[in-house]
Design a protein around this ligand. Structure first.
Ligand code: SF4
Length: 242
C-alpha cells in the first residue's frame, strides 16, 4: 500500500467509523451490569474469559454480594469458589476484593470518574478504566484497546504495522478520531472483530470495510500465523477484554 497521508488516513478512519455505526448501531459491551461497580467487577473477571461465562458467574455473584462493602469483607476462599469458572480466580479475587477495599478507603465507596483515580485500584489499568469511564459514565478519556480493537486496527492500518503496545495503538486512534467517536468506535470495532474480522478466520469476502482495508483477503493461514501469544496468567494489573 502506498504511504498514506495523515489527512487521507483521517478521512479513511472517519468512513470506517461511519460504517461501523451503521452496522453496529448502539454497540456496547456484552457484559451485564447494573451500576458502575458491577461493570468494574465484570470487566476484571472478563480477563481471559468469554463474556458469556462472566455473565453466567456474575448473575449469581451480583445477587450474593451487593455493593463494594460486601466484596471488601468477602471470605477469600468462598469468593475464589464463586468466580472459579472465569479462570485465574486467585488473582481476580485479589483484584476485585482489593479494589473494593481501596474504593471504600479512598473514594467513599463510589467508583471514581477519572483515569488517575480508577487506575489506583488493584487490577485496574488503562483499558479497564476506559471501559468503566466510557460505558458506565459516558466519559471519553481514552479508547478501549482490547485484543479485537488491537487486531482489527492493525489490519486496517490505523496504527503502526505490528505495533505490540496497546497504549500506542490507543494513542494513534485518539490522534485520528474526534473525541466524540472514541467510545462508540471501540465498542463497534470489538463487535467487528468478533463477528467479521476474527483472529483466525476473517470474513474479508463479506466485510463491509474491505474496500478500506489494506489487509483484505488476509487468509486464514496467514491470520493463524499471526495468532496471539499463548495465554498468560494475568497480573494484578490484568487488562481484560471489555
Ligand atoms: S477486509 Fe478482512 S482484514 Fe480487513 S477488516 Fe475486513 S475482515 Fe478484517
Amino acid at each position: 500500500m502506498p504511504r498514506e497521508t495523515k489527512e487521507a488516513l483521517r478521512a479513511r478512519i472517519l468512513e470506517i467509523a461511519r460504517r461501523l455505526d451503521q452496522h453496529y448501531p448502539g454497540a456496547t459491551t456484552a457484559l451485564r451490569w447494573s451500576d458502575p461497580w458491577e461493570l468494574l467487577v465484570a470487566t476484571i473477571l472478563s480477563a481471559q474469559c468469554t463474556d458469556e461465562k462472566v455473565n453466567e458467574v456474575t448473575g449469581r455473584l451480583f445477587r450474593k454480594y451487593r455493593g463494594p462493602a460486601a466484596y471488601a469483607k468477602a471470605n477469600l476462599a468462598a469468593f475464589e469458589k464463586d468466580i472459579h469458572s472465569t479462570g485465574f480466580f486467585r488473582s481476580k479475587t485479589k483484584s476485585v476484593t482489593g479494589a473494593a477495599r481501596v474504593l471504600i478507603e479512598r473514594f467513599g465507596g463510589e467508583v471514581p470518574r477519572t483515569m488517575d483515580e480508577l487506575t489506583q485500584l488493584p487490577g485496574v489499568a488503562r483499558k479497564t478504566a476506559n471501559v468503566v469511564l466510557g460505558t458506565a459514565f459516558g466519559i471519553a478519556e481514552g479508547i478501549v484497546v482490547d485484543t479485537h480493537v488491537h487486531r482489527v486496527s492493525d489490519r486496517l492500518a490505523l496504527c503502526r504495522s505490528g505495533e505490540k503496545n496497546p497504549e500506542k495503538v490507543e494513542r494513534a486512534l485518539m490522534d485520528l478520531l474526534p473525541r466524540d467517536r472514541w467510545i462508540p468506535f471501540a465498542h463497534a470495532l470489538v463487535w467487528h472483530g468478533r463477528r467479521v474480522c476474527m483472529a483466525r478466520n476473517p470474513q474479508c469476502e463479506t466485510c463491509f470495510l474491505s474496500d478500506l482495508c489494506p489487509r483484505r483477503g488476509v487468509t486464514a493461514s496467514k491470520a493463524k500465523a499471526k495468532r496471539p501469544a499463548a495465554r498468560t496468567r494475568p497480573s494484578s494489573r490484568a487488562e481484560p477484554d471489555p
